[in-house]
Design a protein around this ligand. Sequence first.
Ligand code: ADP
Ligand code: MG
Length: 589
Amino acid sequence: MMAVADDNQPNSATFAAELRLFVRDFASFAGRKGIAAAIFVALGALLEGLSLILLVPLLAIVIGSALPSGRLARAAAAGFDLFGVESPLGQLTLLLALFGALMIVRAVILYIRDVSVAELQTRFVEGTRLRIAEHLAAAQWDQVVRLRHARITQLMSGDIQRIGSAAFLLLRCIVSAAMLLAQCSLVFLLAPILAGLALGFFTISAIVLLPVIRRAHVFGAIVTGTNLSLLDSTAQFLGGLKLAVSQNLQKSFVIEFRQSVHELTRRQVAFTRKQTNSRLALSTLSAFAGGLLVLVGFGAFQVAPATLITLLLIIARMGGPADQIQHGIQQLAHTLPVYGKIKALERELAAIPRGQSEHADTASLPEGPIVFENVSFLHAADDGDGGSVRGVRNIGLSIEPGAFVGIAGPSGAGKTTFADLVVGLYPPEQGRIAVAGIGLEGAALVAWRDRVGYVSQDPFLFHDTVRRNLAWANAQASEADMWEALELVGADELVRRMELGLETVVGERGTLVSGGERQRIALARAILRKPRLLVLDEATSAIDVASERDILERLRALKPQPTIVIIAHRAESLALCDRVFQFDAGHCV
Ligand code: ADP
Ligand code: MG
C-alpha cells in the first residue's frame, strides 16, 4: 500500500508534453495581464543592457583610455556635444547622472515586474484551486465518493502550492532568459565573435543538462506518488484509529511508514547530490569559459580595455540568470508531474455528470404527496456481482404530506438507496419521483432539497463546535432555536453538561462524543432546517429504546408537521408509524 511509487516512470517526452500544457494553460490564463508582465520583463532586461553599455564610456573616462571606435563612440560624442560638456569631469558627471537615472527607472520597472509576476502566480494557483472546488461541488456526489479522498486533499493543499512554485519558476526562467538575451546581445554588440563563443558554450551546457532534467522529472513523479501514498495511509490509519490501536496495528503502520520515508529520503539525498554536482560542474565550466572569452578577446582580437572590463562585468553577471535557468528548469521538471496529476483530476471531475447546483425559488413547490412511480435505481457494480440487486427496483408508493412512515427490511435491501432517492440525491434510472405532481428535476429538485432534513446512517459531524455544527444546516437559526432543537432530541442536558456548552468541539467526525450523542446532535441539526420532509436512516439506532420513543413522539408532535420517513429495525420504533413499507432485495413488498 505504501510502496514508493516507482511504476509508470515518466520519460522526457512526457516532461515536454507537460511543460507545453503548463505553458499553454498559464499563457491562456495570464492573457492581457501576462502580456503586460512580459513587457515589464522585457523593459527590465533592456534597461539592464542600457545601464551596462553606459559602463564602456564611463570606464574609458575613468581609466583615461580612448573610447573604442565605432557606433558607441560616435553616440557618446554626439551626447557630450548635445550637452556641451568637454572636460572629462563634466563627461563623467553627465554619464553618472544618466546611469543614476537609468538605475532609478530600472528599479521602478523591476518593482512593477515583480509585483505583476507574483500576482499572476498567485491568481493562477487560486484559480486552479477554485476550479477544482467548483467541479467537486457540482459533480454528482455518488461519483465523487469513489475518488480517493487523500488524493483530492493532497492535490488541493500541498500539491497546488507546488504548482505555484512551478509558475514562479517558469516566470523566473522567462525573466532570466530575457536578461541573458539582453546580455548576449550586448556582448554581440561589443565583440561579435566572443558572442558566438558564448552561444556555443550555452548550447553545450544545454546538452549536458538534458539527462539531469530527465532525472529530475522522474524523481518529481516519484516524490508526488510517495507523498500521496503516505497521506493515504495516514488518513486510513486515522480513520480506523480505534480499530488499529485496539488490535495493535499501529506498529505495522509505523514500520511501513518508516520504510517509505526511508526510501524517499535515500532518493532525495541521491537526487540532491546529483543536482548539486551538475550545478557545480556548470559553474566551474562557466567561470572557465568566461575567463577564456576575456583571454581570447584580449589576446586575439585586441579589444579596448574599457570594452574588455565591461565584457568581463557582463559575463560575470550572466552567471546569475544562467544558473537560475538551469536550476529553474530542473525544479520545473521536478514539480510538473504534479500539474499532470491536477489536470487528470480536473478531467475526471469534469467527466462526472453535474448534480443540480443552481438556486431555485423554494416557494415554487406546493404541498402534496411524494409519489414513486415504478422507480428503479441500481448502483454501478464495481465487481462482477451479477446475482444480487444493488439498489431498488420497481418501487411504486405514495406518502401523504405530514405522514409518519416507516421503512423496514434486512441489510442491503435498498432502504438507504430509497432514502437517497426520496431526498433527490440521485435521479431515478427508471420511473418518476414527483412531489405534488411535479417531477423531482431541475429547479423543483433544488427547491425540494432546500426543504429536506436528512440524517444519514453514518451522520457526519464536523471537527468544530456544537454551535457551528448546528448552524451549518441553517445559518439563520438563533441560539433559542438551537436549544429548542436540542431539547426536542433530548440533547439539551448533554450540551449543558459539556465543559464549553455550545462552544464544545466535537472532534474529527464527532469522535469526542458518544455514538448516541452524535446521532442526537445530527438529528437536532436536521430539525433546525424546519424541513418539510425529515428522513431518518437508522438515525436513532444508537439511542436507548425509551429515549428513542420520546424523541419520535416529540417529532410527531412538531408544528407544522413535516412528513417523516424513518428507516429502523426496532419493532418499537416501527410501531409508532402510520404505515410501514417492507423492503426486501430492492423491492418494496
Ligand atoms: P440498506 O440500507 O437496506 O442496508 P442500501 O440501500 O444501502 O441497503 O444498499 C442496497 C444494495 O446496494 C446493497 O447491496 C449495497 O451493497 C449496494 N450499494 C449501496 N450503495 C452502493 C454504492 N454507492 N455503490 C455500489 N453499490 C452500492
Ligand atoms: Mg442502509
